[in-house]
Ligand binder design. Structure first.
Ligand code: FES
Length: 177
């Protein structure tokens, strides 16, 4: 053997990974390369977004439960003599954007309801031949004596309006939710 010959099996150069654990050789990510790993940032945004969504949902729920619902103030509607049995009187209650219906039912009783269908808000009307309150949008039917849904997609009754007769005048007193 000459002085320039290397013994067999001896590397020509030193191993640059010498002393590096095997796992680090297989997954060579270092803290300096974290910017390239976006999963952590994505998870952070996901958690922050979920927190904001949860907080806003909670806030909306609290606001809805605490806000003062407008149930209306007493208002004269129509003279009883002007509303024969089977006839209806349309009015706005409790606000100018709230359609409502007063019905003089066959048999003499008076009822009043919000006209907004409890399904998706279409305006219901009274069908005297069938003695039903009908929503034309999806064929929802309500019982005019109670406001309860009897057919179609609505599941909640129509909000009713308390009535009173004062000196032959029919008054709306407030929404009964
Ligand atoms: S809006 Fe009245 S039944 Fe759908």
């Amino acid at each position: 053997m000459t002085s320039t010959q290397q013994p067999s099996g001896t590397p020509d150069f030193p191993d640059p990974d010498e002393g590096t654990p095997v796992w680090l050789k297989d997954f060579p990510h270092t803290s300096a390369g974290e910017d390239a790993v976006t999963r952590r940032a994505f998870t952070r945004y996901l958690i922050a977004g979920s927190g904001v969504f949860a907080a806003s949902t909670l806030g909306a729920a609290v606001w809805t439960s605490l806000r003062d619902l407008d149930s209306g103030t007493p208002a004269p509607l129509i003279n009883l003599d002007e509303l024969a049995e089977g006839e209806t009187h349309l009015f706005r209650y409790p606000g100018p954007d709230d359609p409502a219906i007063l019905i003089h039912l066959p048999g003499g009783s008076l009822v009043a309801y919000s006209q907004k269908c409890t399904h998706l808000g279409c305006v219901v009307f009274f069908e005297p031949e069938l003695t039903e309150l009908v929503c034309p949008c999806h064929e929802g039917i309500f019982d005019p004596t109670t406001g309860d849904p009897t057919a179609g997609p609505p599941e909640r009754p129509l909000p009713s309006i308390a009535l009173e007769i004062r000196d032959n005048m029919i008054w709306a007193l407030g929404i009964q939710r």
